[in-house]
Design a protein around this ligand. Structure first.
Ligand code: BDR
Ligand code: CA
Length: 317
């Protein structure tokens, strides 16, 4: 499976990248970065650091530092720390592994070079993808699949995590997300409706770090920060595995319950970033929604199976 991983590392982004790096069935074409959990210089530096730590050969390509809605947002320091990776010590790095050029062009070139073969897994704001689509609309018909972590559709009573209505990746660039959902390519949304079923509790995290060999310390330190956030804010003894679940979907879609229908994003106002869904089986849609293609949202997941699987992959040498 040829994969482009679009990311804003980010602690759960780092877990997802570790997971990807241990999958021989995945040919990682590139890691494209975007502003989100930290500014673009920091998320790109973090991607280069993780690439080195995880022994990844695919290049990192710098992406968008500003979002399409033109609204600057505060960095989620409480969640991911000042440096995006839970304030672990990160050494000075040169730019080894950084491929010149922009993420947008990289995505366009990679998709065109492998028509019908590339899966894009996007676990940050969708700015790079939207810019690529604007520049080269033909890539919609050439991309095998787009799997995004983001959104919340109210299943299991799940609302937003950055406002009562909006999830952070969508709220971070609602314009980009809306364009992604409106395009005629196959998008699957792995949102809070399912990611909150993937709780890596403190015992699990301790085991994971013990078994992860040379990556164990890094996991332990990053997850320590992440777990303190979840403890303070949600009273949770563990962390939510948001981004890693988008990778699981790429491997095991059969573990998910899905629904098909049109998706739109509220672009401004109090509900900005809210994701709305019109199920296919309801038929005729309001004229404002006409022309929106059917996409897929995840509404259920086999959590225990995912957690078992993730651990089995991370402990691989
Ligand atoms: C998403 O927001 C970011 O903080 C995480 O990395 C994840 O992609 C969860 O809402
Ligand atoms: Ca992320």
């Amino acid at each position: 499976m040829k994969v482009i991983f679009d990311t804003d590392p980010g602690i759960d982004d780092a877990m997802a990248l570790l997971y990807l790096s241990k999958l021989p069935e995945v040919e990682l074409l590139g890691i494209t970065t975007v502003v989100g959990n930290a500014d673009i210089a920091t998320t790109t530096r973090n991607a280069l650091f993780l690439r080195r730590e995880f022994g990844i050969s695919a290049p990192v390509i710098r992406g968008a530092g500003e979002t399409l809605d033109g609204v600057a947002k505060a960095e989620p320091v409480l969640v991911h720390g000042q440096n995006g990776l839970g304030d672990i010590a990160i050494p000075e790095l040169d730019e080894t592994g950084l491929q010149p050029g922009a993420a947008t062009q990289f995505i366009i070139d990679a998709v065109r070079a492998h028509p019908g073969e590339v899966t894009i897994i996007a676990v940050g704001r969708m700015t790079n993808l939207a810019l690529a689509l604007r520049q080269a609309p033909d890539i919609a018909g050439l991309t095998k699949a787009v799997i995004i972590m983001g959104g919340a559709f109210g299943y299991e009573g799940r609302g937003g995590n950055i406002t009562p209505l909006a999830e952070a990746n969508i709220h971070g660039d609602p314009v980009a997300a809306d364009e992604i959902f409106a395009a005629a390519w196959p998008v699957t949304v792995v949102g809070l409706d399912v990611t909150h079923d993937i709780i890596l509790d403190n015992d699990y995290l301790a085991l994971l770090a013990d078994e992860a060999g040379e990556n164990g310390d890094l996991l332990r330190q990053m997850c320590g920060h992440y777990a303190r956030f979840y403890q303070q804010v949600m009273g949770l003894s563990g962390v939510v595995g948001h981004d890693l679940l988008a990778v699981t979907y790429a491997l095991h879609p059969e573990w998910f319950t899905v629904r098909r229908g049109a998706i739109a994003v509220v672009r401004d106002g109090l509900a900005v970033g809210q994701t709305a869904f019109w199920p296919e089986e309801r038929g005729g849609v309001h004229s404002a929604w006409e022309g929106r293609p059917g996409q897929t949202i995840c509404v259920g997941v086999d959590g225990p199976n995912v957690l078992e699987h993730f651990r089995s992959i991370v402990r691989r040498p």
